[in-house]
Design a protein around this ligand. Sequence first.
Ligand SMILES: [Zn+2]
Ligand SMILES: [Zn+2]
Length: 554
Amino acid sequence: MTELNPDELCFIPLGGSEQFGINLNCYAYKDRLLVVDCGIGFADERFPGIDLLLPDPAFLEENKDALEGIVITHAHEDHVGALVHIWPRLRCPVYCSPFTAAILNHKLQEAGLIRDVNVQIVRPGKAFKMLGPFRVGVVHVAHSIPDTRSLIIETDLGRIVHSGDWNLDPAPVLGKPTDEEAFIRAGEEGVLAYVGDSTNSAVPGRAGSESDVEKGLEEVFAECKGRIAVTMFASNIGRMRSVALAAQASGRSVALAGRSLHTMAGAARSCGYLEGLPEFLDIGDAKDIPAGNLVIIVTGSQGEARAALARIAKGEFRDVQLDRGDTVIFSARPIPGNEKDINTVKNNLVAGGIKIITPDDTKHRIHVSGHPCRDEIIDMYNWLKPRIVIPVHGERVQLEAHADLARECQIKHVIVPVNGAVIRLAPGVPETVDHVETAVLAIDQNRLIPVDHQSIAARRKLQFTGAAHVTLVVDARGNLMRDPQVTTEGLCDPGEDDFEERIVNEIDEILEDLTWEERADDKFLTEEIRIGVRRFCAHILGIKPKTSVHLVRL
Ligand SMILES: [Zn+2]
Ligand SMILES: [Zn+2]
């Protein structure tokens, strides 16, 4: 186990500092640990059969007794999604905002953990919470999900601002703008370190305002004649409000299509965030509404095959049928890696004569990012005047862009972390002093496995190579007792040609070339056939399949 110096205040990113998603951050001081966020990531094609990735909690588990608690900044999956999977290994209190608690409790209920986890609500402006040597306060920030918080973590060695995700939307349609005063106050009192969102650190200007999206949608709706479907992230309750208000102004009713929208709308309603809006229609009742009076909010903006939009695009969604003259509005940006899936959905829609509008296709604003662009990050530096800046929440490119910006703004110490770095913030010159083991876990059906697990590597390989299986039944002298059985996977179409038969002939020839002593040796015989079949496939197809030989000696 890594021995941490109890007299040093350290920041240890355990996930999210080299990739989008799987955010898991840790602060260590006086032999106590404070954890911030616990999120999932989405697996790409490098992980066949895997949808979700988690940060490995091994370091925290080894130091379970030192854990003061987990503070969740907001309810996005990349910040809260891993908690139900990881909490049973840590079993510590969880702190979050009311909306985050509503979402989290739903997950805990589904996971059968609702009775076990002590979820405590912390509110901005209230007294700081003492968690061991950490005094933790929360600040309200604007973001693309309600009740998002930054943390101000005070210790006797200095004050840390952990931003979480935020932007400076001057006029959100839901909740208040970011509490600038709280950051200015923290800056006046002195900020040792700012650990902050890097997502849009390469994007100039400002994120913009959700109010403009509401107007933009209204303008786009006015140009549409048939049905309108708006696809977006289900958790973006502000956007849900924008769509509802724009629909109201256009004389259209709103229906929801997709399970996660109902879950999110339920949580939002329980927190009072949908007040003043007409009730959403059940999607089953949407059929009865004239096309020109309907807006449907649908899940699936990232091209997810099982989400409502992908099924609508294929005409396989029972309750909604979109036709020529209808419009689908993408009120979201692709998460890097999802472009292919999104294009599949778009192609299906266009093939059906349905019009598509993305944020790039229209002069009207139909999307704003929830993350700060460069001018907003500069505002934050001006308020906080931190001694240290540590960029997190991004891939290498975004972290480095954030670091460059911090240096341009004359920040004295800028440290770009890697996952597992133990970064001493104080006392003395801040620097990386150690590393702890980190890893990424994959949710594989019902189990958690490391992403470098043999099974995933094998699957990845099989995708490219295919496989050949040979069964040989021979007598003691190695004479064939039956015809060799050959099956292949991913090498040829079933019945396409006589490829498997040609492999059988090849096996016959290999056997003929062997002496009876060689054929009597199980190990030798198996290996000769395996190599021979592999070589044969490479010669014919140009690929070397994974080849296995089962030898049965009678
Ligand atoms: Zn995030
Ligand atoms: Zn977020």
